[in-house]
Design a protein around this ligand. Structure first.
Ligand code: NAD
Length: 496
């Protein structure tokens, strides 16, 4: 199957000088070929978006809202189809893909109410006979660049907000699982979004680089790994664009001695191995505060033994393959690296039984104990099913460890002590914090964003900060002359 760009409301092939393979990760087979955009393909998409902006910026809020509601209904009705596409190209199991689409739906639902946040303010008689008011206006063409691990949800963190605010979009999804983006664009077209308001270009660095430098692209929303996020932020800001660039993660869960260990072990396994660890909010480090280490490690290992790894389309499978063969090999290399560095390999995922085609990109859940912060299994974002347990003596040591880590996306504390939890949420230098909740992804009416190397820029994704990011405010000071305007006055205007 050939996967083409969608520009101006239609499939668009261009010269298609380069293509990339798309795999079914559960079989290893090539399932499609995706066109990889050249800089001139991107130019065509940006031109379509720019043209569409001239009218979409003035589309009434009522019209934009109706499109968003219609899109919400279509997305809901087709959610199972979209989840199946996600599973086929990403590999996550169907129930997980359905969860991704459900969270995407919540972002769309928030965008249905965006007019409430575009109201601006009005101060009557700021000075005598002078009113001051603010309006929120769209930026223009915005670029959205998304990662492979949430091919439906991450585009929908940004596109609905951008469009509801009156912008037009060029979306560049991951070339590893590109089909979900085309489905999203088709559903938006069916919902009544005018041609050119949402365009999809597929591609890699070449397409990204053109978006980062194109003079008609006013803002960039990026999600991906930290090195690329930093590059996108630096390059696009240098080119005068507004940028939010969300990066990678190394999420720690701190288990205090008074925690419910069964809840904590369930959480570590669910959040460590859900989506094969390919979530930016996955737990990759469990910090066991003495004396819980032995009991916690054995509870986690017991649960791992029961996990069903296999083809995400087969009933009962809980964890699918990794996204590509190259990524699986990289993740698997950490099993040896951890052991060689002196960590204790409690469960070797290479031995886990698999309910799927042997040619799939498999690696079972892996557990290390007694990991130290200088080991590569600790320092690197592995982005796979490899969970490390670090043992510390005290709460203070646990917090210092988390705060020293260069990433700051998500974290959680497991405890029965409200005071300890409150102290943790105050002291921890991480953007999203769970209290007995392992994957604390904020609901759509808050915003999503990490600290430190997990986010470059000052606006978090979606929710109120998303609306802020996709608009700029204009303040108007206005007087309607009447006979008492007072005549010429060269003094600095004073509010009287
Ligand atoms: P990635 O950085 O490899 O790719 C992300 C996007 O950038 C893709 O569209 C890709 O085509 C493009 N890209 C890749 N290399 C590039 C380069 N050198 N120059 C310009 N563009 C480039 O990330 P990925 O592997 O697709 O996704 C996984 C990463 O994303 C993980 O690090 C994960 O933590 C992170 N992530 C973060 C969040 C968050 O909210 N912070 C959410 C999801 C994923």
């Amino acid at each position: 199957m050939r996967i083409t760009h969608r520009i101006g409301g239609k499939p668009w092939t261009g010269a298609a000088e380069r293509t990339g393979d798309v795999h079914d990760p559960a079989t290893g087979a090539v399932s499609g070929r995706v066109d990889l955009a050249s800089a001139s393909d991107v130019d065509v998409a940006v031109a379509a978006a720019r043209e569409a902006f001239t009218s979409w910026r003035d589309a009434s809020l009522a019209r934009r809202t109706r499109v968003m509601f219609a899109f919400r209904e279509l997305l809901d009705a087709r959610s199972a189809d979209l989840a199946a596409i996600v599973t086929a190209e990403h590999g996550k199991v169907l129930s997980d893909a359905a969860g991704e689409v459900q969270r995407a739906l919540e972002s769309v639902e928030f965008a249905c109410g965006v007019p409430h946040l575009l109201k601006g303010g009005y101060s009557e008689n700021a000075s005598t006979g002078v009113d001051v008011y603010s309006i929120q206006q769209p930026l223009g063409v915005v670029g959205v660049i998304s990662p492979f691990n949430f091919p439906a949800m991450v585009p929908l963190w940004f596109v609905p907000h951008a469009v509801a605010c009156g912008n037009t979009v060029v979306l560049k999804p991951s070339e590893k699982d590109p089909s979900a983006a085309n489905v999203i664009a088709e559903l938006f077209a069916e919902a009544g979004l005018p041609d050119g308001v949402l365009n999809v270009v597929h591609g890699d660095k070449e397409a990204v680089d053109r978006l980062l430098e194109h003079p008609d692209v006013k803002a960039v929303s990026f999600v991906g790994s930290t090195p690329v996020a930093r590059y996108v932020y630096e390059t696009a800001t240098r080119n005068g664009k507004r940028v939010q660039a969300l990066g990678g993660a190394k999420n720690h869960v701190v288990v205090l001695p008074d925690a419910d260990l069964s809840l904590a072990a369930d959480a570590a396994v669910s959040a460590g191995f859900g989506s094969a660890g390919e979530r930016c909010m996955a737990v990759s480090v469990v910090v066991a505060v003495d004396p819980v280490g032995d009991d916690l490690v054995s509870a986690i290992a017991d649960r791992i033994a029961d996990l069903r790894v296999g083809d995400g389309r087969r009933p009962g499978c809980e964890m699918g393959p990794l996204v590509t063969g190259a990524h699986r090999d990289r993740v698997a290399s950490y099993v040896d690296a951890g052991r060689e560095a002196g960590a204790e390999l409690v469960v070797d995922g290479r031995d886990h039984p698999v309910d799927g085609d042997p040619a799939g990109f498999w690696l079972g859940p892996t557990l290390f104990d007694r990991v130290r912060p200088d080991m590569s299994v600790y320092t690197d974002e592995i982005f796979g099913p490899v969970l490390s347990v670090v043992r510390v003596a005290t709460y203070e040591e646990a917090v210092a460890l988390v705060n020293r880590n260069p990433f700051g996306n998500g974290t959680a504390v497991f405890t029965r002590d409200g005071g300890a939890a409150r102290r943790f949420q105050n002291e921890i230098e991480v953007g999203m914090v769970g209290v007995n909740v392992p994957v604390p992804v904020p609901v759509a009416y808050y915003s999503f964003g990490g600290w430190k190397n997990s986010l470059f820029g000052d606006a978090h994704a979606y929710g109120p900060e998303g609306v802020h990011f996709f608009t700029r405010s204009k303040v108007i000071t206005s007087r309607w002359p009447d006979p008492s305007h007072g005549g010429v006055n060269l003094g600095f205007p004073q509010n009287t």
